[in-house]
Design a protein around this ligand. Structure first.
Ligand SMILES: [Zn+2]
Length: 346
């Protein structure tokens, strides 16, 4: 195997809790990966500053230098939370209000620090590119990705191209309004999909059911007498493992939990059915941490979407869980870099 010609890339995933940095080869394989917290001083040191310092640490490490050997570091791909202008590599909008983040010049600061070309895109868009290159939607040209987490993110691939829109912010599918009389969303509107279909929304509903005594804490893996003040043990993972592990489907705990999850999945399907009719995708990829639940999560959503989409749209439509997990952002960021600078690769 000749390794001397191979190029390496730095894949950076900027999130609100961690910056993840991977050394990634031309085939999308992560050779080394690192993770650094970004909220160590309440964001007084900006996320971007922490990320640039962390990347410098990685690139100076003897582990990396010996690994680099004769290979060439060809550039930096960054996946970043918030709305990103991909042309300038700047944060133009950020839901969630992370201090010192809005307006960050990501591409400029990384370029200044390391002298390499830099491509920046929104994290959901990067996950989508990663899944289309190496994961659940490999080879598909028309793909809708929905990522379920604290919010609902998304990315849309049309005819093999990432849809970016006038300011690069296209695909904010969490803010489709599904109930104009609904509750207030972090964006200021009412009744956004995100408010009903995020993991946060699901977890809140389940915690309420537990504190109202409709589900016993023990059913979700907590102490039988867990105080309703501390239901932090309930998260997406505990909810789906309760659904998968418990065999007594006639107990009332199960029925209440099942109906909450079913209702949450109806909201997800509401959003997806609208997107299917707008974009007529080959496939839909459901991402975010909860996608680890695989078919347990996806199968009911698939049934609901296929039942409600018009037959010509439902025919052949594939709906799958994301396959690259937490690494999709880093991998997709490098794919985005390669697309952007492909004319320089020949
Ligand atoms: Zn909203």
């Amino acid at each position: 195997m000749t390794m001397t010609e191979a190029k390496l890339y730095l894949g950076v995933d900027l999130g609100g809790t961690f910056v993840k940095i991977g050394i990634i080869d031309d085939a999308g394989h992560i050779c080394r990966k690192f993770k650094f917290p970004v909220d160590q001083d309440g964001y007084r040191t900006s996320i971007l500053e922490t990320a640039v310092l962390s990347a410098g640490e990685v690139l100076r490490s003897s582990d990396f230098l010996s690994f680099l050997s004769e290979r060439k570091l060809a550039g930096i791909g960054v996946s970043a939370t918030g709305q990103i202008d991909p042309h300038t590599g700047t944060v133009v909008g950020a839901a969630g209000h992370i201090p010192n983040y809005l307006g960050s010049h990501i591409a400029e600061d990384f370029h200044r620090a390391f002298g390499l070309n830099v491509a920046v895109a929104n994290d959901a868009d990067c996950s989508l590119l990663g899944e289309c290159s190496y994961g659940a939607a490999k080879g598909d040209l028309n793909v809708v990705m929905m990522t379920l987490g604290t919010g609902v993110g998304g990315g849309i691939l049309v005819d093999g191209k990432l849809m970016s829109g006038s300011r690069g912010a296209a695909g904010e599918i969490g803010h489709i309004i599904i109930n104009d009389d609904g509750e207030e969303c972090s964006c200021g509107n009412r009744g956004c999909l995100e408010h009903y279909a995020s993991i946060k929304a699901l977890v809140n509903k389940v915690r309420n059911a537990v504190s109202e005594g409709r589900i016993s804490p023990a059913y979700l893996g907590g102490d039988a007498d867990a105080s309703s003040d501390d239901l932090s043990f309930i998260n997406g993972k505990t909810i789906f493992s309760a659904l998968s592990e418990k065999t007594d489907h006639n107990c009332s705990d199960h029925n209440v939990l099942f109906s909450i999850v079913d209702c949450w999945e109806n909201y997800i399907a509401d959003g997806l059915v609208s997107l299917v009719h707008i974009f007529n995708p080959d496939s839909i990829v459901i991402g975010g941490g909860v996608s680890e639940a695989g078919e347990l999560l996806v199968s009911p959503i698939r049934n609901k979407v296929l039942k409600r989409a018009m037959p010509s749209f439902a025919d052949g439509l594939i709906i799958k869980a994301a396959e690259l997990g937490n690494d999709s952002g880093m991998i997709g960021a490098v794919e985005n870099f390669k697309h952007r600078y492909s004319q320089q690769r020949a």
